[in-house]
Design a protein around this ligand. Sequence first.
Ligand code: SAM
Length: 222
Amino acid sequence: TPTRTNPAEFAKARQTPEKKSFMFVIEHLDPELADWSALEYRTIAKECRETKNQFTLCSGLQDFVVKAGGLSLGDVVGKGVEELFPPEERRVCLLDPQAKKELSPEDGDVFDGFLFGGILGDDPPRDRTSELRQKGYEGRRLGPVQMTTDTAVRVTRMVVQDKILLEEIPYVDFPELKLDEHESTEMPFRYVKGEDGGPVMPDGMIELIRKDADKGFDDFLQ
Ligand code: SAM
């Protein structure tokens, strides 16, 4: 332990070690690029820049690449993830709601990148992450509750880069969002709890949810 009699050692011990940078990779799996997904991807790209991590959005669907290219969603690549990061190299870990092991801070020493399914959440979940599991990536779970893709990236970063244990992160489950004076809706996901006690969501998301609620919330969730 550092002591007052050795100020140099004391100062050195208080320095935070340089944090490791990671790659966060999303393979977009939906046939369309919904406004909700675009907002999530833009938020992930912004948070990756702020935390000195790299963000790659990939898809084998050429239409998607053309559409996403002009939307400043980060580095968009028209290839499947297995072409960019072959599973046999074992550098990339899939965040998989069905994995047997939970993500831990030590996984940050083992893996250089983390892969997520670019899928709008569905309730009940349809296990579309299986499309990525089948490619052969090693998987880790982020607890038993379904998160939005941007939340899954945020939580992974807090665990592997900030070394916070999964169970120590404050969450808000299934928050109730007020749509107007009379109506509210429950979001069927887990979010990180923000400083104001509410769920952390991409800027503009509540407005989008309000707008889509007018169209029919059930259509929008699919
Ligand atoms: N309903 C989807 C399914 O059928 O797989 C879950 C999609 S979730 C909205 C989007 C992505 O976030 C998943 O593909 C996964 O990478 C990640 N994710 C969300 N919740 C997770 C959890 N509890 N554990 C591990 N990964 C999770």
